[in-house]
Each structure stands twice: as structure tokens, then as C-alpha cells.
Ligand binder design. Structure first.
Ligand SMILES: [Zn+2]
Length: 492
């Protein structure tokens, strides 16, 4: 029997608003000491009332629109009741049966065998999208735990209480662990593109639970699924789903049934462990949050928010292929991150009518991408601007400087803040391409290396070595093609 896997994801996204969802505490408390970023509202002290953060709705609506969701003109907050030490109110404020977004979709491009774009996409439906507050964190205290006869002390950090989240539930549309990983990679890209989340998985800005089941290929029914929780990197999501598919195939092949367990991924041992049996919806005793009004997104407000929706990554990729005639590989790479796409387009524009978009793409991919990766910044923060790049490309195209000189100029521009042209003039970097000047250098190289000259007769590939010597003597300023031609003549 051949089986296929059916995967749906539940994603929690931490919005990058300045303050929490119902109080004025900063939303991001990464690196803060435990319980230093809290107030009476987010810790649920008696007598306080939540006040909804307008920016949370705006970011949620923007994201819902990018996922092609129907944005609900009226939605409601509810209380989800459960008892856990990290939930000081005894309930979580969330949206239940009337969420802000419904029925959307997200197309995920699938890579081919060699990692290059395959041109195929997986159409993933989004069942619903809602806003909610995060809970706190509990952890074991290793120091006091060792001394405690009862087996340890649990510590509570409430800094995360009230951090704004959007939860998104996909349909059972993904078909492999790889596809789930691709979904998360594209989701992370989109969240940063829209500036709604930092989407850093290590900092829990993007969290994912996966529902996994299998069925015989060709069947249409859905079998009982298991839910994998607590996976906090894209690699871990992939590993955990792969392990779980393997386990289910083994169970079913042995004639056993898969039971609807909740599983927890253990990063250290790379195994799935069965958790407590899952609460059912009824256990949460949902009811409308009486302290908040319903959320009304009137047409005018919605239109203002949607006017900020940028061209989406895949649309921009397609436009780059169409308009600039870039190959899919280049267009995909240049639209990985929004400020990089902006950088590229600005450089093309500044190169003017005579500029070749593919040449600019090569420069951005080879030099600019390497730099921003080395410096761990985005293109928006690079001190070597699109105007600098356009100027540099023009200098190379006009044969004023060599490519080698141009590449060496980039760190100098960053260090001094001076434009490439000014540096070329100040440092005398103009390319040496006149035959007389090159002949003089070549003559010197030949005179200084009689052994290589003798060896050249038997081994013509040594020509490259001579070109290298000429480049060395001119600090990379020699026109390499001209130098090669002249050396060939002189060594005959
Ligand atoms: Zn607070």
C-alpha cells in the first residue's frame, strides 16, 4: 500500500506592535528580566479593564488581506477558560466563533529537486484567522529544583502575558513535511514583508502546531489525526512531521488504528512524546468577553489599512521575470526580502535607459547579498546605496575601472561614505587599457621572469600567470583582455 500524508498547520504569530494587546506594556520583552514587563491589566489583577490596541487590529487586517481572507466587518472577543499557572486571569481573551478573518488562501511555491524554483505551487486554504493574547511562561528552576525533595520548583514569568498574537488555521492541504517547511519559510517572508511581525522562530514570534494523518493514496476520507505541539524551528517542524508520518504508516501497516493523540516534540532527543489527552472545546467554556466591545472594521477604516498593502512577494517575483526579463532563480532571490527588491529596482532605475537589468541583478546577487549576509543587516540598512551601485556599474560598463577595482571599492565607499567616482579620481584607479602603458608593464614582467618565459614555449597555459603578474603590478587596474592580447604578442 502507498500512503499519502495530510497535514494542516495552526500558526501563532506575534505581532510587532509597540505595546501589548490590552495594556500599554511593551509588546516585546526579549531579554528582559522575568516579570519586569507587566502591569495590573496583563497580570489580571481585580478591578482592571482591558483596552484594545488599535494597531493590533490594523496589522491583523493587513495580514488577513494578504492571505486573501474575507475581512469581517464585525468580530468578537471571547473568554477561553482554563487553569494553568502561566495564565493569571484563569482565562485567555481570544476570538472564537466570530474571528476577524475567514476563508483565505496562500499559494506556496515548491522547490524542485535541486532547490531551484519548480514553478509549481501548493494552494493552501486558510480556514480562519483570529486575534488573541499570549499566556506567560513556566519553567523549572534547576538550582532550587535540585534541593527540593518534591522534585523541583516551577517558576512563572508573566512578561509574555498579553503579547498580541494572530492565530491562523490552515485546511488539511499540505502533503509532506517538506511542504510544511516551505509554508513556514514563505509565511516568515510574508510577515516581514508586511512588517506585521519580526517572525523570528527562536524568539517564539512564529510558532507552529501540526495536525498529521495518513491515508491510502486515492482515498478521500480523513483518518484520525495527531497534533504535534511545541516545535520551534522550521527544521524541527520538518523532522517532527517526518517521524510522525513514519510512525503512523508503521501502525496502520501492522493493522492498528492511529489514535488522536497530542504529541510533544522533544528537541534534545529528537522524539515525539505523548502529552496529556487534549481538552475538548466544551472544556474551555467559551463565552463572549464582557469587558470589550465588538470589533467593528468599517469600510473607510478598512480601505485606509488596505491602502498600505504592498505588492506581495510572488506578484513582485512574477513582475521581475516579466518586466526585467530575469530568470526565475534571480527573480526569486531578489524578492526574498522587501528592502532587497526595493534596492534592486532603485539601482536599475538609476542605471538609466542604457542599463541592463540582468547585469544589475548579478551585482546585487554576487556583491550586495554577500555583504548584507556578512553584516547581518537588510538592504535598507546598507551604507552602500543603490545610487552607489548604479554609479559603480556605469564606471565598469564605460571601462573606466576594472571589475576587480569596482569590487574592491565597495568596502571603501562604506568606510568613507564617499561616492565611487570620487574615490576613483582621488586614488587614481582608472583602468589601464592603453597599449603603450600595458606594453611597458608586460615588458617588465617578461624581463623579470626568464624561467617562466622559457617554460611558456612548452606550456601556453602559463599565459594566465603572466596576466596575473600584470594585474599585480597595476593593483588590478589593467584591462585583463588587453593585457592578455599584448602578452600573447610579446611572448611569441
Ligand atoms: Zn501590561
Amino acid at each position: 500500500m502507498t500512503y499519502e500524508s495530510i497535514i494542516g498547520l495552526e500558526i501563532h504569530i506575534q505581532l510587532n506592535t509597540r505595546s501589548k494587546v490590552f495594556c500599554a506594556c511593551p509588546a516585546d520583552s526579549w531579554g528582559a528580566l522575568p516579570n519586569t514587563n507587566i502591569c495590573p491589566v496583563c497580570t489580571g489583577l481585580p478591578g482592571v479593564l482591558p483596552v484594545l490596541n488599535r494597531a493590533v487590529i490594523e496589522k491583523a487586517v493587513l495580514l488577513a488581506a494578504a492571505m486573501h481572507c474575507e475581512i469581517q466587518p464585525q468580530s468578537f472577543f471571547d473568554r477561553k477558560n482554563y487553569f494553568y499557572p502561566d495564565l493569571p486571569k484563569g482565562y485567555q481573551i481570544t476570538q472564537y466563533d466570530a474571528p476577524i478573518g475567514r476563508r483565505g488562501w496562500f499559494d506556496v511555491p515548491l522547490p524542485g529537486a535541486n532547490g531551484a524554483p519548480s514553478g509549481e505551487t501548493r494552494h493552501v486554504t486558510i480556514q480562519k484567522m483570529h486575534m488573541e493574547e499570549d499566556a506567560g511562561k513556566t519553567k523549572n528552576d534547576p538550582l532550587r529544583g535540585r534541593r527540593s525533595p518534591s522534585g523541583g520548583v516551577r517558576l512563572i514569568d508573566m512578561n509574555r502575558c498579553g503579547v498580541p498574537l494572530v492565530e491562523m488555521v490552515t485546511g488539511p492541504d499540505l502533503r509532506s513535511a517538506d511542504e510544511a517547511a516551505q509554508f513556514l519559510i514563505r509565511m516568515r517572508q510574508l510577515l516581514r514583508w508586511l512588517d506585521v511581525s519580526e517572525a523570528n522562530m527562536e524568539r517564539a514570534h512564529l510558532r507552529c502546531d501540526a495536525n498529521v494523518s495518513i491515508r491510502v493514496v486515492g482515498a478521500t476520507e480523513l483518518n484520525p489525526k495527531t497534533e504535534i505541539k511545541n516545535v520551534n524551528s522550521i527544521e524541527a517542524v520538518k523532522d517532527a512531521i517526518e517521524k510522525e508520518i513514519e510512525r503512523q504508516v508503521k501502525e496502520v501497516s501492522a493493522g492498528r488504528r492511529v489514535e488522536a493523540w497530542t504529541l510533544e516534540w522533544d528537541e534534545d532527543t529528537q522524539t515525539l512524546k505523548k502529552m496529556r489527552s487534549k481538552e475538548t472545546e466544551a472544556d474551555y467554556r467559551y463565552f463572549r468577553e464582557p469587558d470589550l466591545l465588538s470589533v467593528i472594521v468599517a469600510d473607510e477604516w478598512r480601505d485606509v489599512i488596505l491602502s498600505r498593502l504592498p505588492e506581495l512577494p510572488l506578484d513582485r517575483r512574477d513582475r521581475f521575470m516579466e518586466h526585467y526579463k530575469l530568470p526565475a532563480y534571480d527573480a526569486t532571490l531578489l524578492t526574498e526580502e522587501r528592502s532587497l527588491s526595493d534596492y534592486y529596482e532603485e539601482a536599475v532605475r538609476l542605471c538609466g535607459a542604457g542599463g541592463d537589468p540582468k547585469t544589475v541583478a548579478n551585482w546585487v546577487q554576487n556583491e550586495i547579498l554577500r555583504l548584507i549576509n556578512e553584516m547581518s543587516i537588510t538592504a535598507a540598512h546598507l551604507r552602500f546605496t543603490p545610487a552607489h551601485l548604479a554609479e559603480l556599474i556605469k564606471l565598469v560598463e564605460a571601462k573606466t575601472i576594472t571589475r576587480q577595482t569596482a569590487v574592491a571599492l565597495i568596502p571603501k565607499v562604506i568606510a568613507t561614505g564617499k561616492a565611487p567616482k570620487a574615490l576613483v579620481e582621488a586614488e587614481g584607479l582608472v583602468q589601464i587599457s592603453g597599449d603603450d602603458a600595458l606594453r611597458a608593464v608586460a615588458r617588465q614582467v617578461i624581463a623579470e621572469n626568464p624561467e617562466q618565459v622559457a617554460a611558456y614555449k612548452a606550456k601556453p597555459t602559463l599565459l594566465k600567470w603572466f596576466v596575473g603578474q600584470v594585474m599585480k603590478k597595476t593593483q588590478g587596474k589593467a584591462n585583463a583582455q588587453a593585457a592578455e592580447r599584448i602578452l600573447q604578442e610579446m611572448l611569441k
